[in-house]
Structures are given as structure tokens and as C-alpha cells.
Ligand binder design. Structure first.
Ligand code: GLA
Length: 384
């Protein structure tokens, strides 16, 4: 749907047909939270909500971007691209153009482009609408300009744009899921080696649905909280004399408790146990199927709530209500401080869980959540 929207929007805005349309999905993370920037393990999948970008040439070396949800187009000359030269929503697409050049693309002979972006990835729901834009634009520019980046390299380009142009100190998970995702599969990524394994989930075969509860809570301190957690992890690694928390095992935690202050220790314990839960989830999935991973999802949520302290009451309520109304496992997903929870639910119980969550939010006087199911879907691609 967004493919047609992007092509149509392009034609309306720029008065000609686009040369091509590319798209990339948002993601949910099944498990492995705040582990990516600690060189750890993550297990996200691409969802059936996508961002499309329609592209057409121009001959003046200007990049111009427009989108359905902003009244103004933004443009910049290719030679003027710099981290602080763009801001607001345009930082995502134009940041990618800068990051491609920064990562070695020779843009001296590149012509300019017009880009039009349309998306049905909800914004601010913790489903990586930003990575979807970055990856759609990165793949579009790479293929259109013939730059020859492979997908792992494009994921790094997206992260560079996010870190340096948007200014968020995030890891590599979201872009990797958006670029490497596959139907009914999740991406098991080792964030140290960047080795990725695309693993079948088997949700359809087992009659399981993945329900997303978008709490519609966005906290002003989310980015500050994220950066603070990252800093705590780095302090923990320094305190333990390791390069990153990837080098700490569950068996090392007793010693860590003696060396670190209580708060830093609990941050470390989340990351270390979460890495183990990712490994356990992948093994359990392979050996016993998706129906057996519920307890690991539940334990992940407890760890984020109590040790990493990135949950909020609305997320906790979504998780506990889903669990008590039929989910086999549930947890918050993404960076935290708001956004979405996920629940793995037998197909027949999806209406019960949906109703129960809505009722519980109403009882608590919370804003009405948006509850929907997602399917693990194909990563970034050219559509037209
Ligand atoms: C955000 C970041 C990711 C990752 C998650 C937490 O989504 O963009 O890199 O750190 O938070 O797991």
C-alpha cells in the first residue's frame, strides 16, 4: 500500500513519475534488549508495516525530500551534506546520504535526486519507524547510484546517520532487522562479529500470533534515559575490566556484585542475563518450537522492569494483562520509557487479549492503547 502512496505522492509533489520505489519495514524485537551496544545478542524481526521511498533523478546535485506527513519539502546540495546541516524529520533521509559518503561512497559524479516518503510504521511506538526510513533510503540510493554496499554495510550507514545526524546513541539492531528480515523468521545477530542467522519462527505453523500493544506513552526523558543506561553499561564494563559487557557471563555476576555499586550492578545483571536469554530463546525455538519460549519473554520483562528500570506502568500493565488473559509470554520491546509491549498469543485468544488490555487501560484511566498483530516479514527491497 505504501508503495502506491509513495509513487502517487511523488507524482503529485514533483510532477513526474518516479524512476523506482523501494521500501523497508519497522521491527519488533522478540528478545535481547539494550544488548546491541554491549556487543551482545539480539533477536528481532521485520514487521508488515513499511516505509516506502519513491525516487527520481535531478541534474543539479541537489537532494530534495518530501513526505506525506510534513507540509514542506527539504533540500540540500550534495556538497553541503554535513551532520549539523539538517534537522527535524529530514535528518533521517538526508543523514543517510551524508552517512553513505562518510562510509566511502564516491558521490562526486552522483546526480541529485527527489525523494518522496510514505509510511505505515507508527511513529513513536518503539517499532523503529526511523530505521525503516533510513534503510529504505539507504537501499534506494545504493542501488540507484550503483554504490555496491552490502546489507550489513547499509545497516552501519543507517546507524551512523542515527548516531551522528539524528543524534541518538543507538546500536545496530533496528537497521539489521529492517535490512535482513525474512517472512516468518527472526534475525539472530551477534552484535560483536555482526554474524547474522535468519531463523524460522514457525508462528503460523504453531497457530501463534504476535500482538503489539502500543501504549502511546512517549516520555520526554526517553533519549536521556537511553543514553544514561548506555553510560551505566560502559561504567560497568570499566569497573569489571572488560572491553564490553559481552565479556561477562552469568557465572561472573557474583564477583560483579562485590565490585560494582548496586545500581550499576543491576544494569549489568540485566545485560548479562538478557544475552543468555537470547541464546536460550534461539536454542529453545530450534529444539521445542515457539510455543516453548514464553517464560524467557516473561523473564526478560522482569529484568527490564526491576534491574534495567526502563519500563513504565502502562507497559507493565500491558504485559501482566496479556499474560493473565492467554498470552504464553509477554514483554516490553525496544528502548523503553514508553512505546510498545509484545505478547505471543495463541491465534484463538487474540480477541480475548485485545479486549482485556483495552479494559485494563480504561480501568486505570490510561490513554486507550492501540493493539494489533504483526507478522514477521521481508526486509528492505525494491518494489517498483
Ligand atoms: C532502540 C535502539 C536499538 C536498541 C534498542 C534496545 O531501539 O535503536 O539500537 O538499543 O533500543 O534494545
Amino acid at each position: 500500500m505504501t508503495v502506491a502512496d509513495a509513487a502517487h505522492g511523488f507524482a503529485e509533489w514533483f510532477g513526474r513519475r518516479p524512476a523506482g520505489v523501494w521500501s523497508a519495514p519497522g521491527r519488533v524485537n522478540l528478545i535481547g534488549e539494550h544488548t546491541d551496544y554491549n556487543d551482545g545478542f539480539v533477536f528481532p524481526f521485520a514487521i508488515d508495516r513499511r516505509t516506502s521511498v519513491a525516487l527520481g533523478d535531478r541534474d543539479d546535485r541537489v537532494v530534495r525530500v518530501a513526505t506525506s506527513h510534513e507540509p514542506e519539502a527539504v533540500e540540500i546540495h550534495l556538497d553541503a551534506l554535513a551532520p549539523d546541516a539538517v534537522s527535524g524529520w529530514a535528518a533521517y533521509p538526508l543523514g543517510v546520504a551524508w552517512a553513505l559518503r562518510e562510509s566511502g561512497a564516491d558521490l562526486d559524479l552522483a546526480r541529485g535526486v527527489d525523494l518522496y516518503i510514505a509510511s505505515d510504521v507508527p511513529i513513536g511506538a518503539g517499532l523503529s519507524s526511523s530505521a525503516a526510513i533510513e534503510c529504505a533510503v539507504a537501499l534506494a540510493l545504493d542501488e540507484h547510484w550503483g554504490l555496491g554496499f552490502d546489507r550489513p554495510a547499509l545497516a552501519k550507514v543507517g546507524r551512523l546517520a542515527e548516531n551522528r545526524v539524528v543524534g541518538a546513541p543507538t546500536g545496530i539492531m533496528d537497521q539489521t532487522a529492517s535490512l535482513l528480515g525474512a517472512v516468518d523468521s527472526a534475525v539472530f545477530l551477534d552484535c560483536r562479529s555482526l554474524d547474522a542467522d535468519v531463523i524460522p519462527l514457525g508462528f503460523d505453523a504453531e497457530g501463534l500470533s504476535l500482538v503489539v500493544v502500543d501504549t502511546r506513552v512517549t516520555h520526554a526523558h526517553a533519549s536521556g534515559g537511553y543514553a544514561a543506561r548506555r553510560a551505566s553499561c560502559e561504567a560497568g564494563a570499566r569497573g569489571l575490566g572488560v572491553e564490553s559487557l559481552r565479556d561477562v557471563r552469568v557465572d561472573d555476576l557474583a564477583r560483579a556484585a562485590e565490585v560494582l555499586d548496586d545500581e550499576t550492578f543491576r544494569r549489568v545483571r540485566h545485560v548479562v542475563t538478557e544475552n543468555q536469554r537470547v541464546l536460550d530463546t534461539v536454542r529453545t525455538l530450534r529444539e521445542r518450537g515457539a510455543g516453548a519460549i514464553g517464560a524467557l519473554l516473561d523473564a526478560s520483562h522482569v529484568s527490564m522492569r526491576d534491574d534495567f528500570e526502563i519500563s513504565v506502568p502502562e507497559l507493565d500493565l500491558a504485559v501482566s494483562t496479556a499474560q493473565s488473559s492467554g498470552a504464553i509470554g509477554a514483554r516490553m520491546t525496544g528502548g523503553g520509557f514508553g512505546g510498545s509491549a509484545i505478547a505471543l498469543v495463541p491465534d484463538a485468544l487474540v480477541p480475548d487479549v485485545t479486549r482485556a488490555v483495552a479494559a485494563a487501560f480504561a480501568d486505570h484511566g490510561y490513554r486507550e492503547p492501540v493493539v494489533f498483530t504483526v507478522r514477521a516479514s521481508e526486509g528492505a527491497r525494491r518494489d517498483a
